[in-house]
Design a protein around this ligand. Structure first.
Ligand code: MD3
Ligand code: FE
Length: 213
């Protein structure tokens, strides 16, 4: 659906050293990105993974690209295969890659070569507890995240779990680039509030583009 009332141009807001929000940057591509997510999920369905601690994640996940992130009772890992289907992850769609590259470039990272895209799906009540992303080989490479569908409150902390957190609302089309010193900050997502998004229905989606190896 074309939203005739939000013709505002994207704008950027620095969040911390190395982290910048490109507000609404992916909004015009929202419908296309959601259609690609649907196609990918038909081949590699969303799964509620089990954490090493034995808990079922409230967020459902799938991946595309050479490598995909997963969790089970043995730990976290990047791997070329989806254990559910026994097949390789589907290729990263070109429009995904193009968006990640241009966003990274806008934030000052000109040689970003993502080889993994984790796709998170949140239903109302789903959350992601505070964590660090450090399973990737080269932590000098940024992570680019794209939020679609229902809004969510993002928590952005410090370098220790107990550090104070900033709360930032992430909305449909918001793109965030996390690099430099921000790359290792603790972060999480508060439980998503019930709602219906005109394009995504009762879900929030988040794409994270990573260089895993
Ligand atoms: C800050 N996803 O998949 S995106 C994740 O909205 C993850 O689904 C959240 O955290 C989501 O790991 C947050 C924003 C994000 C992603 C990676 C980061 C923030 C980050 C890595 C380092 C610092
Ligand atoms: Fe994360």
């Amino acid at each position: 659906m074309l939203d005739l009332f939000s013709d505002e141009a994207p704008w950027s807001e620095p969040l911390a050293e190395g982290a910048v929000i490109l507000r609404r940057r992916a909004r015009e591509q929202g419908e296309m990105l959601l259609a690609l997510i649907d196609q990918l999920a038909q081949q590699n369905p969303f799964q509620h993974l089990i954490t090493p601690g034995g808990h079922r994640m409230s967020v459902a996940m799938t991946n595309c690209g050479d490598l995909g992130w997963s969790s089970d009772t043995r730990g976290y890992q990047y791997s070329g295969e989806d254990t559910l289907t026994g097949r390789r992850w589907p290729p990263m769609p070109e429009p995904f890659r193009a968006l990640a590259l241009v966003a990274a470039q806008e934030a000052g990272f000109s040689h970003f070569q993502p080889d993994a895209c984790l796709i998170n799906r949140y239903e109302p009540g789903a959350k992601l507890s505070l964590h660090q992303d450090k399973d990737e080989k080269d932590l000098r490479q940024p992570i680019v995240s794209v939020s679609l569908g229902l809004p969510a409150v993002f928590q952005f902390g410090g370098f220790e779990r107990g550090d104070a957190v900033q709360r930032v609302l992430l909305e449909h089309g918001d793109v965030v680039v996390w690099g430099g010193p921000s790359r290792l900050r603790f972060h999480g997502i508060l439980p998503v509030k019930p709602g219906v998004h005109p394009l995504a229905g009762a879900y929030r989606y988040n794409l994270t583009f990573r260089r895993a190896r």
